[in-house]
Design a protein around this ligand. Structure first.
Ligand SMILES: [Zn+2]
Length: 490
């Protein structure tokens, strides 16, 4: 199995520190607002990696944090006239609700900065004792970057260049412009804890170092997070932890790409921020996952409005095929453990999945394979001759079981196909501003017209519906309708 390591910039063989066990930590959300789609992607990606490692037989412990003490939280809470911790607690409840609605595998341990204050104080105190940090008269504590000779090794930056790049005016008591805060003295009206350096609160980076040490130990297998955290957050975490323990902090550093919306960086001020809740109001959670996993996790995704609609079409096609497979296998008592066709596809679904996922969790390949698998299934159903229906039913049964058994790692195909299709149709009918009863009436009129050999009326009804976005298919069991925008988008 291979994994990209940001430290080396290369894809490396994945060998955990301890055979059969994986310790993984991913930096979570700073809870001062509803979580956005970028947070969703990161949570979906690390849940997928965790679930896949488990599928491959590893005993995985997955830890994620909530940053619940931070400038943004304090500012927002002050604006709302709320206590900062109460406010962040409310925000965590909202985030958990969104993640639950997205059906994302939860971390085994979810930590909050505010619950690790004594451990943070101890960690900072030990860094001071080891000469890696210093306190100021004002009550701040800074990490001394020049005390850690490897500083910059993760983000591949040179301290000298960083020093030239920062503002010259130093915060009171700070000895070097590149030093960063481990502990911040409290300003009036801010939340604080008592510490050996006076009233204050932790800086941002220290919480992850402390929570990792206290939940997983000195060295972990995989440290993950969004690529925007690589510098300075992860570089600083690494400096703090390795300075304290003199041991490697993480064996593999994994970074998830960022999300742009319509070509621009997502930001509240640009008005193009998409919250998880807004996305869920418009799209099924599996459609959202499809979009998030359709690119390799390390690439950025530039989401355009049409991407979700295209994914709607793909998922609709997949679920329609699943429904057809289920109907066919039921009708002919398909048994995937009995004789199946010797074709390449039904015999290799799981192998192809593992090949792609072993190659740095390549969900993009895994998803594009799905199109091939379902097209194959559709062709089998369409071309099923009289003689080989049993063997086709067996093949389809095996194919669907295999697909479901591995694609659940990506969180797909958990829903009842008929319900999924129905909901999708309802959504698009609403968009098209047309109701089902009207379509059924038109189909009835068209059938009557055809019976009376009035083909002109019949054709007019068909094209009128087509203009409204509804297509008709004449089958031997009668005429069925579908949504043009969703139909055959594979
Ligand atoms: Zn972190």
């Amino acid at each position: 199995m291979k994994i990209t390591n940001s430290m080396s910039g290369k894809k490396e063989e994945f060998v955990p520190l301890k055979k059969g066990e994986v310790k993984i930590y991913a930096c979570g959300v700073t809870v001062y607002d509803l979580s956005h789609i970028g947070h969703a992607r990161q949570a979906i990606v690390y849940a997928m990696i965790t679930d896949y490692l488990r599928y491959r037989g590893y005993n995985v412990t997955y830890v994620r944090n909530y940053t619940d003490v931070d400038d943004k939280i304090i500012n927002k809470a002050n604006q709302l006239g709320k206590n900062a911790l109460e406010f962040s607690k409310e925000q965590i409840i909202e985030t958990e609700k969104d993640m639950k609605d997205l059906h994302v595998t939860e971390a085994d341990i979810k930590t909050k900065a505010s619950e690790y204050i004594p451990q943070i104080i101890k960690f900072v105190d030990e860094l001071i004792k080891k000469g890696h940090a210093y306190s100021t008269e004002k009550g701040d504590v800074y990490f001394s970057v020049k005390s850690f000779k490897d500083y910059g090794k993760l983000s591949h930056r040179k301290v000298e260049e960083l020093r030239n790049g920062v503002r010259i005016e130093l915060e009171e008591g700070k000895k070097d412009p590149v030093d960063f805060a481990l502990w911040k003295s409290a300003k009036p009206g801010e939340i604080y804890w008592e510490s050996p350096w006076g009233k204050g609160r932790p800086g941002w980076h220290i919480e992850c170092s402390v929570m990792i040490l206290n939940t997983l130990g000195e060295t972990i297998d995989i440290h993950g997070g969004g690529r925007d955290l690589l510098f300075p957050h992860h570089e600083n975490e690494l400096a703090q932890s390795e300075s304290l323990t003199d041991k490697p902090f993480a064996k593999y550093w994994s970074h998830c790409g960022l999300i742009k919306i319509n070509g621009e960086k997502m930001s509240k001020s640009l008005g193009n921020s998409l919250s998880i809740r807004e996305a869920l109001n418009s799209y099924n959670y599996e459609v959202i996952k499809y979009v998030m996993l359709s690119k390799h996790y390390s690439s950025d995704i530039d989401i355009h409005d049409s991407d979700f609609q295209i994914a709607d079409g793909h998922m609709y096609y997949f679920y329609s095929t699943i429904r057809d497979i289920q109907e066919f296998t039921k009708k002919y008592n398909g048994d995937g453990t009995a004789e199946i066709l010797k074709d390449e596809i039904p015999n290799n679904i799981i192998t192809k999945f593992i090949d792609a996922m072993d190659d740095d969790f390549n969900s993009a390949v895994v998803l594009s394979n799905l199109h091939v698998f379902f097209k194959y299934a559709n062709n089998l159903i369409k071309t099923a001759g009289k003689t080989n229906k049993q063997i086709i039913a067996n093949t389809l049964d095996k194919e669907l079981k295999d697909i479901k058994s591995v694609y659940k790692i990506l969180g797909l195909f958990e829903q009842d196909p008929n319900e999924f299709i129905l909901k999708m149709k309802e959504k698009y009918l609403k968009k098209l501003n047309i109701d089902e009863k009207y379509i059924e009436e038109q189909i009835y009129k068209r059938t009557e017209a055809k019976k009376n050999k009035d083909y002109e009326t019949a054709d007019n009804i068909r094209s009128e519906l087509a203009e409204k976005g509804i297509i008709l298919n004449d089958t031997k069991d009668g005429t069925v309708w579908d949504i043009k925008a969703l139909y055959n988008s594979n």
